[in-house]
Design a protein around this ligand. Structure first.
Ligand code: SAH
Length: 219
């Protein structure tokens, strides 16, 4: 990883400006997190020059680092604050977890592929992001050991909202998740109100599949 020199910083500022113009970044705290986290550190070396383009990029194992605009929208929908504990399903590159780690107390991030889990852990260690706990498992079942969570964010497309995740929210807790078929999903935000989970739709998106017991089956 190269030092975070002048070039990267200018590129990053331009991207943040674009995300503000698009109304994806809406709050000063999220703005600052995007300025602080070096996205190029999460992108494979051979395509690092595209790290600050507003698009998803391949990270190996058939997976992607999400589009910055989508990371911004989902982060704002969680309504992060410094005392929150957040569960992320789908660590992938680690970039979304890194952004959240600047905004909340603790991030627990679940990834089903051990090689991506290890890759992300290495990046967090190098950056000194020590409030992210990376675990390997089927995130469609959530992560009961540390539940309940103030917020849950799913960064892979689900066929339906996994029941296990709803049950791991605190009262008033938010769940942000793309739900739909394999080619196109709606971004949903649910909020726990007792035993009900009223939901809002926040537009179309395209994510890789959420694979697991309460997601798509692997075939
Ligand atoms: N948040 C990531 C985007 C990751 S892409 C980022 O910022 O880069 C989605 C990730 O979800 C992939 O790495 C995929 O392996 C993972 N995934 C798919 N199904 C999963 C499951 N049931 N539990 C945990 N991770 C899962």
């Amino acid at each position: 990883m190269e030092p975070d020199g002048y070039g990267w910083e200018v590129e990053r500022r331009k991207l943040v400006w674009l995300l503000e113009m698009e109304k994806a970044i809406r709050t000063p705290a999220v703005n600052q997190a995007f300025l602080d986290v070096p996205r190029h550190a999460f992108v494979p070396p051979d395509i690092q020059d595209r790290a600050y383009v507003n698009s998803a990029l391949p990270i190996g194992a058939g997976q992607t680092i999400s589009q910055p605009l989508m990371v911004a929208v989902m982060t704002e929908l969680l309504d992060p604050s410094p005392d929150m504990t957040v569960l992320e399903i789908g660590t992938g590159s680690g970039y979304q977890a890194a952004i959240l780690s600047r905004l909340v107390k603790t991030v627990i991030s679940v990834e089903r592929l051990p090689e991506l889990n290890q890759r992300a852990e290495g990046i967090f260690r190098r950056l000194g992001y020590d409030n992210i706990r990376c675990v390997v498992g089927d995130g469609t079942r959530g992560w009961p050991a540390e539940a309940p969570y103030d917020g849950i964010i799913v960064t892979a497309g689900a066929p339906a909202v996994p029941e296990s995740l709803k049950g791991q929210l605190v009262e008033g807790g938010r769940l942000v998740i793309p739900v739909g078929d394999q080619g196109y999903q709606q971004l949903l935000r649910l909020r726990r109100q007792g035993d009900t989970y009223p939901e809002e739709k926040h537009g179309g998106c395209i994510f890789v599949r959420l694979i697991g017991e309460e997601g798509w089956s692997l075939e």
